[in-house]
Design a protein around this ligand. Structure first.
Ligand code: 5GP
Ligand code: MN
Length: 331
């Protein structure tokens, strides 16, 4: 069952399912980002306001800058749950295996997401491609449930939107996005304080690592595709970690001519995690999907095996094809 915002029947079904149930487990995808954590915690605070019992369980720790926000430090990190409660709500996760948490499938699964290609793995599936962040959908749901927009809920919805739109950069933004943010600000969110915590809480190792990675950046001969990479040795030499590279991928796109970026992270011998970003009509989700990954048109990722040289050549060719499709080079 699928819906968009104009079709509220699935959302209304979810409000009914929630009203009838008492104990909830809320999960999201591996390596949760701001939209994952923000959506989960906004939902958790909303459900608690309704007198429900809620556990928030993820397979990986939250991004470090988020730890200052309400409820984040209480998120359980586990790779399995024995008791799925009366319902499991999975937020921001296109594919069930991507939760990285075993045992969730034994529960009544509610799937709430906005990623292209969501596999509709739930007993109820609410999929809205038009949402700029899953947090927008959670906002709608809390309103439909009659929940009061507390500063905690508003903060998490605002964080979800701020981070998943790339600080209000991406094409999925609509007037609804700003209307929701307006209501969050009226409910007590302080946008400069949130931005400082999320974007201006770096350690020095992270800044040095950004410098080292960017200094090794390569451009294709047309100057439209940037390739960057990191391995453990480079991270260690800078006093940083892989987590510290979060957000780095967006920097090459600030160059006017650069239309797409591919970022290779070495996980093990010939084992790579690949993140991609693009501008406008350049669809890199289709490239990620070919390798069993996914995401959105302008932000997607996947894993792949092979040597650095093989994989960079392969991905460069496929991404350039997409850049050409969006806007062929004039000769
Ligand atoms: P990132 O590059 O920041 O890891 O991810 C960018 C976007 O692509 C996010 O929306 C993320 O959920 C999605 N994504 C990244 N890696 C994968 C993957 O391996 N599988 C799927 N389905 N989506 C991914
Ligand atoms: Mn998202």
């Amino acid at each position: 069952m699928t819906t968009t915002t104009s079709d509220t029947s699935v959302r209304d079904r979810i409000t009914e399912e929630i009203r009838q149930r008492r104990r909830f487990v809320i999960s999201s995808h591996v390596r949760p980002d701001g939209d994952a954590i923000g959506s989960q915690l906004a939902m958790a605070f909303a459900l608690r306001q309704l007198g429900k019992t809620v556990r928030v369980v993820n397979s990986d720790v939250p991004p470090f800058p988020m730890l200052v926000f309400p409820g984040v430090s209480e998120i359980e990190v586990a790779q399995r749950v024995d008791d799925p409660g009366d319902a499991v709500i999975i937020m921001e996760c296109g594919d069930f295996a991507r939760t990285g948490v075993a045992g969730l499938d034994r529960g009544f699964v509610i799937n709430i997401d906005h990623h292209v290609g969501n596999t509709m793995y739930g007993a109820v599936n609410w999929f809205d491609l038009s949402a700029a962040a899953c947090g927008e959908m959670v906002f709608d749901l809390t309103q439909a449930l009659g929940v009061r927009l507390t500063p905690e809920i508003a903060t998490h919805i605002y964080i979800a939107i701020l981070t998943d739109t790339g600080s209000f950069h991406y094409s999925s933004i609509s007037s609804r996005t700003f209307d929701i943010c307006r209501q969050c600000v009226e409910a007590g969110v302080d946008p400069p304080a949130v931005a400082r915590s999320i974007f201006d809480s770096n350690n020095l190792g992270r800044l040095k690592l950004f410098g080292a990675v960017l200094s090794k950046m390569e451009l294709d001969p047309t100057g439209r595709l940037a390739t960057v990479w990191v391995d453990r040795a480079l991270a260690r030499d800078c006093g940083g970690t892989y987590e510290d590279t979060e957000g780095l991928i967006n920097l090459p796109l600030t160059v006017k001519e650069i239309q797409a970026v591919v970022f290779f992270k070495e996980l093990g011998p010939d084992e790579w995690r690949i993140s991609m970003r693009s501008k406008g009509a350049v669809d890199i989700n289709s490239v990620a999907a070919e390798f069993g990954g996914g995401g959105h048109k302008n932000a997607a990722g996947c894993s792949a095996q092979g040597t650095f040289d093989e994989l960079t050549a392969l991905f460069r060719r496929k991404i350039i094809e997409q850049i050409d499709k969006a806007a062929p080079l004039r000769t």
